[in-house]
Design a protein around this ligand. Structure first.
Ligand code: ASP
Length: 323
């Protein structure tokens, strides 16, 4: 499924010129978003993309290409011309875990993409439908011990953040719920609010606004410490079920994109995350922002590689694979 939205930059109409690295960007830049509109990755792309568009004086087009937990979207970005006009946004699921889980990917996440910048990370929240009659993580675990096979829970597909969160939840609590795949946790959240599904371990940026609106309940945060954005929500460890999963995001270009273009995109991403309004918006959603040093392409490439190796071990040990 595909959907396009245009984010306008201030001087978009003034830009013109040759498609060389020096003249870049002379036309709109497409960000391929691997999940549905209205979900956490889409939100990150829109918040960051709108500000980067202003920084670069060009429009950013949001291209939501969904399905197969982001593998279709990333493949599309990998195969795009390496000219800086198509970039890929994703997270520890799409750009790390999927490399281990999907055996027949026709691209290599570490060598076919050129890192542009690391983007913020947020923890997951263990959330439930208001109609589920449990009031704490402990009660949820007791409930799932008896009813787990009948309780539908949302994910954005195998390898997505909400799937990694579910795996951590299963490992920490010794319980399970049914994994119902969606094209993103934006649509899954609508079903959680409507009690079509009953649980989810979902990114704080997607869950917190619904928790604040009283539409769902949150039992725990999967981080070492409580989040400053929602200090009333205990950590999973406080209830006796330690889980630490953080969903970090990033931007990549196809391999072979000129380094000067990567540098311009990186500078725009750094300027974006220095903007106090952007920082406030992201922090309010429970996001932790990387430092400019962590955002540098080389530092991000090293981090990406480390995370790939770390998750490969976890996913192989948990025997997670597509049959
Ligand atoms: N990031 C996904 C989305 O935007 C959700 C997930 O990874 O669980 O829908």
């Amino acid at each position: 499924m595909r959907r396009r939205t245009v984010l306008a930059g201030l001087s978009a109409s003034l830009a013109a010129g040759r498609a060389s690295a020096q003249a870049w960007p002379s036309k709109p830049i497409t960000i391929v978003v691997p999940f549905a509109a209205g979900g956490p990755t889409d939100l990150m792309a829109r918040i960051v993309g709108e500000r980067m568009a202003r920084e670069l004086g060009q429009q950013f087009i949001i291209d939501n290409t969904t399905g197969a937990a982001g593998t279709i979207a990333v493949g599309k970005a990998v195969r795009s011309a390496p000219d800086g006009y198509t970039i890929s946004i994703g997270h520890v699921g799409t750009h790390v875990a999927n490399g281990t889980i999907y055996k027949n990917l026709n691209y290599n996440l570490l060598t076919d993409l050129a890192p542009i910048a690391r983007l913020p990370q947020n923890p997951l929240l263990v959330v439930a439908s208001n109609q589920l009659s449990v009031k704490s993580l402990k009660e949820l675990v007791e409930y799932l011990k008896v009813n787990g096979d009948k309780v539908p829970g949302g994910t954005a597909g195998m390898g997505s953040g909400s799937h990694l969160g579910a795996l951590a939840f299963f490992a920490a609590t010794g319980t399970k719920y049914q994994l119902v795949p969606y094209r993103g946790t934006g649509p899954a959240m609508q079903d959680l609010v409507a009690n079509q599904i009953q649980v989810m371990v979902d990114q704080s940026s997607n869950s917190l606004p619904q928790v604040r609106a009283g539409k769902i309940k949150a039992f725990a945060v999967t981080a070492k410490a409580r989040s400053a954005a929602a200090p009333e929500i205990p950590t999973a460890a406080e209830a006796g079920y330690p889980m630490e999963v953080s969903i970090w995001h990033g931007l990549w270009a196809p391999r072979g994109t000129p380094p000067e273009i990567i540098a311009k995109l990186n500078a725009a991403a750094i300027a974006t995350l220095q903007d106090p309004d952007i920082r406030r918006r992201l922090e309010d959603l429970g996001q932790d922002l990387p430092t400019p040093a962590e955002m540098a392409p080389a530092a991000f490439a090293a981090f990406h590689k480390e995370e790939y190796a770390r998750w490969e071990k976890i996913l192989v040990a948990a025997n997670v694979k597509i049959e």
